[in-house]
Design a protein. Structure first.
Length: 229
């Protein structure tokens, strides 16, 4: 749950250090969208900045909405149980997902592809809406396309959405997904020396293993709370 120590930091780390997965899923999209910008926007990184910011602002808004929906769903499910059972359910889901995400960050588990298959049907309905916004001629169109991009089938995002069910409220679910989305920015925005330096450090195996162990530790802490109830 969001009031546990380090939960938002954990979500940020998952987004930041899950960058290899993000680049594999979205790197081609980023390159295609950049290549399709108006010529004046491709003149320099600074000219493209409003479009890149709009893409990512739309993506973060989409994540926040999805997180709020899942947080609300979690509340409904918990309210159908007794208070103690609801708390046990929330802590159990939160702890289990954090452990699995930690294993993914440390490259000890590769099961996210199975989770991605769950969103295929939804994406088939949304993908035509995204095509309707192409070519991207204004930052406003980039914002809309970024919002749709947020719903692209992605095991990493879907795992965090399952985690958001245990957040405790729609606002906390949105906060969890926003923290995750902010963590993805250095890899997907990819503009500036700082972003490149962060990405290089984040992809080092030792850093990923250390972060994975940290996330697993938070997950085990949540599961320990489950035992205490």
């Amino acid at each position: 749950m969001i009031d546990d120590p380090g939960t938002l930091l954990t979500a940020f780390l998952v987004g930041l250090l899950g960058g290899v997965h993000c680049l594999g899923m979205c790197g081609g999209i980023v390159a295609t969208l950049t290549a399709g910008l108006p010529r004046r926007a491709r003149a320099s990184p600074l000219s493209a900045m409003p479009y890149q910011l709009a893409y990512n602002a739309g993506r973060l808004a989409g994540y926040a909405l999805a997180g709020a929906l899942m947080g609300g769903l979690g509340v409904v499910l918990a309210q159908s149980l007794s208070l103690q059972q609801g708390q046990r359910l929330l802590y159990g889901v939160s702890g289990l997902v954090m452990v699995l995400l930690g294993l993914h960050l440390a490259d000890w588990w590769r099961g996210l592809a199975r989770v991605e298959a769950l969103g295929g049907r939804l994406w088939r309905h949304l993908e035509p809406l995204g095509r309707g916004l192409l070519p991207v001629t204004t930052p406003a169109r980039a914002l809309g396309l970024g919002f749709i991009w947020a719903w692209l089938p992605c095991g990493l995002v879907y795992s965090v959405l399952i985690w958001a069910m245990a957040a405790g409220s729609p606002v906390q679910g949105a906060s969890l997904l926003l923290a995750f989305g902010l963590g993805t920015l250095p890899n997907l925005l990819g503009i500036g020396l700082l972003a490149g330096a962060v990405a290089r450090v984040a992809h080092r195996p030792a850093v990923r293993r250390a972060a994975g162990l940290l996330v697993i530790g938070f997950g085990l802490h949540a599961l320990w709370q489950l035992v205490r109830f």
